[in-house]
Design a protein. Sequence first.
Length: 395
Amino acid sequence: MNRKIIISINTAWNIYNFRSGLIRALTQHGYEVVALAPRDDYAHRLPALGCRFIDLPMDSNGTHPGRDLALLIRYFRVLREERPLAYLGYTVKPNVYGSMAAQLLHIPVINNIAGLGTTFINNSFLTRIVRMLYRVSLQRSGRIFFQNADDQKLFIESQLVQPDRTDRLPGSGMDLSRYQPSPPLPPYGRPFVFLLVSRMLKDKGIEEFAGAARIVRQGFPNVEFRLLGFVDSANSNSISMEQIRAWEEAGTVRYLGQTDDVRPHLSASDCVVLPSYREGIPRSLLEAAAMARPIITTDTVGCRDVVDHKVNGLLCKVRDTLDLAEKMNQMLRLPPATRMEMGMAGRRKVEAQFDEKEVIQKYLNAINDLAGAAPRPGEHIGRLVPVSGSDTRKP
């Protein structure tokens, strides 16, 4: 029986950092996993997870119709050659063009809509094109997972998906054995540290973070503002290295570069900040909450799913530097014991709502359902053996 699963995302980095638990669980359940993505520095690490990697060149941020048509053809050729049991798509172009190719070949599709971004929400010509592409590519998908209720509702009300084929996931899920609560730092004799973990993109609120840092330091000069994440120079929405260096020279922020392991940086912080304009479920906030760090984030789609205001953090207004600075000042004025309790409340929330095991189980169940319901012409696909939640723990 065919037990091959193809997972496609716009970077191998994303697969390695956010889908390793799912890949390991699928291989443990007897599936052969193939990862499709453009080759980058993380591609060579994927075989260690138990999957095979296929390089799939992709212009992730471009809108050129000729390059997108070429991507659709590449997907079709790879999927026709591999003939998987199911295709799992993440991020915009794998969801759109990978799904189209899979459906032409009668391969069951499972999509994950992790976040829409501001381009999708704006009423522009590009937005209308993106919506049309989603409507075409998702119309025959067997399951479409969303990471928050707002995005799910938007797609249903816009008639981009059939409601009975949608479901919710708790983000990418957290491996709670890997991300453990970290004791608070000693409150005296050192600078208080605000940390922002993200790609250096404008719609992540990086400029607002730097602006708020300048304001806060007027009243609290012994405070440090750190940025952690890579600069995506190919993205038109990117913050340039020149801008980051200028902030550093002015003493506004400290740039830490990028890392494969955020845990030491989270442990060395007092509060994690993400002033994003819109998210699916932000991974950096789940990591912060799992490690018992209080959070400041925007009262917007995705972010407010992780933070309960004044319980495990504070919510600020979107694109509002002054309000972000005020929330930072409020956090600084809280007693250390109150911040510690906020952090532990975040840990309890992640344990209750965002465990990785739930994400893995939903994927296993969806694959099981689709494989039993949709055999391809000329090939009999038997019902897969049901799985139990206790079997999905990441080793």
